[in-house]
Write a protein that binds this ligand. Sequence first.
Ligand code: B12
Ligand code: SF4
Length: 469
Amino acid sequence: MKITLIQPKVWKDNPAYVLEPLGLGYLASYLKLKGYTNVSVKLSAFDSEKDIIEDAAKADLVGITVTSPMMTHGNHLAKEIKKRNKNTVIVFGGVHPTACPDTTVKGENIDIVCRGEGEETLYGIAAAVEQNKPYAGIAGISYKIDGKVVHNKTGTPVDNLDSLPYPDRDLIRQTVFSDYFLKFYGRRAAYVFGGRGCPYQCTYCATDSVWNRQVRLRSPENIIGEIEELRRIYGVNYINFADDTFTVNKQHVYDFCDLFKKKKLPVGWGCNVHPRTADKQLFKEMKAAGCTEIWIGVESGSQEILNELKRNYTIEEIKEIFAFAKEAGIKRQSNFIVGTPGESRETLKQTEQLIEQIKPDILLMSLFVPVPGSELYLKARSDGYVKDDMDWSDLKLIHASLPGTRFLSNKELLNEATASYKKMNHHMRRRKFNPIEIARSGFHTLKQAPLTDYPKLVTKLFNYLKRPV
Ligand code: B12
Ligand code: SF4
């Protein structure tokens, strides 16, 4: 039985912006564990469309992973595959189909939608396809019988994450992605998912549609085993934890740091932190165990907006957490969303003020988009601003098709946001040529890199310094 798994492109005019598809890596290794060894993974970022379609058309089962902006290309691939082989069973999975199972499965070239976690579900589908059995007993899927959509009962999330095999890194081409990180960020990095589920309920976030709010964590031994493998086989020297909130359970982080230190792994790491889940002591431990940077979704400098987004912290807590991380010597990346429904000139000003006060080391600002799976998406849909079957590939970081906020028209919002970004970027540029910071970060990178990576790192440094400011 041949199975092909595919990662489509993201946006129409910007096909990149994908990283290693961990989800497909998990699905592939789980299928192999269960005896389905003829599995290939095709990545639109690297494989030609012809190659992907031809390979998939020879498969008995095709699995396509999609976030919302991948839907357009995912649908296109499904159509081309079905044109060549109408008997191939095509399954869509990932956050978009999970959030919008009805509209997704109505697509004429999609046979099944997987809702939520996919390992056990895809295995169930593979067994049914192989034995030509009905899909009735497979939990977590939606499909059609005589054109009518049927939703089977919801699947049970994997309780013991340590029972899952590590993602198949060869099939998802870890080396290529790690090389990309080395070229652009000076370190051979890989994504690792240390736990599933987030207890918070931020209104702009879609993550709980796949993972729900119940947090499940892999043991420190299991996570570190994966990191050792990444180091040994792929030469990885930096881990980006993709967990929604790596610090969700402090004791777990302490245990992880203890083991990391005992193993003396020459690997750095970074993770997402929710301000309510960390403190001074935790940051010190994390730093001692190799954490070099944290990413904090601050989102806004306005307390009203934070409350409206159900962010669950105060501006004071933000300031405190940034100060703690600085004291521990951890780089702080702050993410802000501009243009959520309550945004006004005043709240934008408050955001600028907060940025000046917390002085993040890396600043990211993006424009609000109500993504499927989030509470704000449901609101925008009931207000008629977005439709389930709209062309999601039009949604970009800076995009102009939304109606604006309660206080600013779309045009005003874009003008204000652009001005604000320029101002803030200027603040970041002032920090960019701080020689102490350059020396510190250069030393850190060299400490973690194998000697063979040194030439590339020197070229990277020159390019960085040459870049116009
Ligand atoms: C890492 C990450 C990224 C990386 C790229 C990841 C990649 N592989 O390309 C970067 C930083 C580039 C990124 C960018 C963006 N991201 Co992002 N990202 C994530 C994050 C944090 C982790 C993804 C991950 O690795 N998960 C781990 C794997 C194991 O899970 P998985 O892929 O979902 O797979 C499981 C199931 O979904 C299912 N499954 C998945 N595919 C399939 C296929 C089949 C056939 C089956 C049966 C099952 C199945 O089974 C898998 C195993 O259980 C998630 C949040 C989250 N916690 O998931 C957001 C998330 C996916 N991102 C999101 C968004 C909005 C974006 C951006 C649009 C942001 C922006 N405005 O630029 C872009 C879009 C780029 C893109 N690739 O789609 C949203 C998606 C919402 C939506 N409706 O699409 C999420 C959910 C974040 C959120 N809080 O809302 N992202
Ligand atoms: S934004 Fe972060 S903290 Fe909030 S629900 Fe999503 S993953 Fe959890």
